[in-house]
Design a protein around this ligand. Structure first.
Ligand code: NAD
Ligand code: UFG
Length: 335
């Protein structure tokens, strides 16, 4: 049995499907601060399998210890965390408390239960504004906001843990920009309020729920002047977790892998792909740059390709088609 903390969320729910489809059993621990029970029910619908859901907080030691006592857990994927960069700047204590306390409480409970195989959701945000692209794992790490700092500190805590206790096997996965939805249209990204990220924002504009996209700057040093990112289909990302878990058994200590496609796409290219998917123009207006944004960020996924035997298979166009299917079938998300 695998424990997925934050398994009701966007990436966790897609990963649950891929794991269940390959014969793993999973239990989800989620406080539903940014997700809903319905996501877990939909995972059950897609896979035809039952997914026990414990509604509880990873910072609650009693709850976490009970999960290990009641389920025969072999390994954990720790998705649970708060992830909005802007919110982390205005609520730093909430972000540090939640993300670091969740990790520390989980790791202590794992140690006490003798479960020492862990996959941790990290982010390309730990590379900050990279000196060169594509970004490989040994690149310099620097963060520019409290959310990023929680990921960097989380990585550091786990490095120190594996250095001190060689029986831990830990994989840090640095995700680039996850987008799209499951091709069934049953699960997808369901942000509260107005989305911060490009893809959910475009989806809402395409659906007529927001009037137009604000393109944050067209004067970057990129081919069309708009920001370039590595958009990774969430199903590919989910399969990256399957590959990481499969590899964990042969691993010693800690390993870090980028999960990205290796290809950059600009904001305007993303808009064009989405227009193709939804069949009508997406209104947009170019405005000023967003504070803290960088010009270009894309992965060198070579290490994951070689060592995990994993590579992204979906195109950005497919991600747009799947995002649009999810948006059209669920205009109010899981509500
Ligand atoms: P999400 O918000 O959809 O999922 C996170 C889940 O964790 C939610 O279901 C939330 O309710 C739960 N959660 C938060 N704090 C919790 C706590 N203390 N106890 C129990 N549950 C808690 O986000 P996601 O996009 O699925 O991201 C999953 C992980 O991947 C996060 O750690 C995030 O920081 C990381 N990540 C995401 C992205 C991205 O762009 N989506 C990029 C890089 C890294
Ligand atoms: N953008 C717009 N308009 C919008 C939203 C975004 O033009 O309304 C642009 C941004 O300027 C950027 C690109 O679209 O050029 C992508 O922006 P996102 O907000 O979707 O993604 P980011 O790369 O800025 O940030 C994401 C996650 C962070 C994570 C980072 C690095 O949101 O949590 O990737 O992994 F830290």
């Amino acid at each position: 049995m695998l424990l997925l903390t934050g398994g009701a969320g966007y990436i966790g729910s897609h990963t649950a499907v891929e794991l269940l489809d390959r014969g793993h059993r999973v239990v989800v621990l989620d406080n539903l601060v940014n997700s809903s029970v319905e996501a877990v029910r939909r995972v059950e619908k897609i896979t035809g399998q039952q997914v026990p859901l414990v509604v509880g907080d990873c910072t609650d030691r009693e709850v976490v210890e009970r999960v290990f006592a009641e389920h025969d857990i072999e390994a954990v994927v720790h998705f649970a965390g708060l992830k909005a960069v802007g919110e982390s700047v205005s609520q730093p204590l909430r972000y540090y408390r939640n993300n670091l306390d969740a990790l520390l409480t989980l790791a202590e409970a794992m140690d006490a239960a003798g479960v020492r195989d862990l996959v941790f959701s990290s982010s390309a945000t730990v590379y900050g504004d990279p000196e060169t692209v594509p970004i490989a794992e040994p690149s310099a790490l620097r963060v520019t906001n409290p959310y990023g700092a929680t990921k960097l500190f989380g990585e550091r805590i786990l490095e120190d843990l594996t250095a001190a206790s060689p029986d831990w096997r830990i994989t840090l996965l640095r995700y680039f920009n996850p987008v799209g939805a499951h091709p069934s249209g049953l699960i997808g990204e369901d942000p509260n309020d107005i989305p911060n990220n490009l893809f959910p924002y475009i989806s809402k504009v395409a659906a007529g729920r927001l009037p137009e996209l604000n393109v944050f700057g067209d004067d970057y040093d990129t081919p069309d002047g708009t920001g370039v990112r590595d958009y990774l289909h969430v199903v590919d990302l989910a399969r990256g977790h399957v590959a990481a878990l499969d590899h964990l058994g042969d691993q010693e200590g800690l390993e870090v892998f980028n999960l990205g496609t290796g290809t950059g796409t600009s904001v305007l290219e993303a808009v064009r792909h989405f227009e193709e998917a939804c069949g009508h123009p997406i209104p947009y207006r170019v405005g000023p740059r967003r504070d803290g944004d960088i010009a270009t960020c894309f992965a060198d996924p070579g290490k994951a390709n070689r060592q995990l035997g994993w590579r992204a298979e979906h195109t950005v166009a497919q991600a747009c088609a799947d995002a649009w299917r999810w948006q059209s079938a669920n205009p109010d998300g899981y509500a």
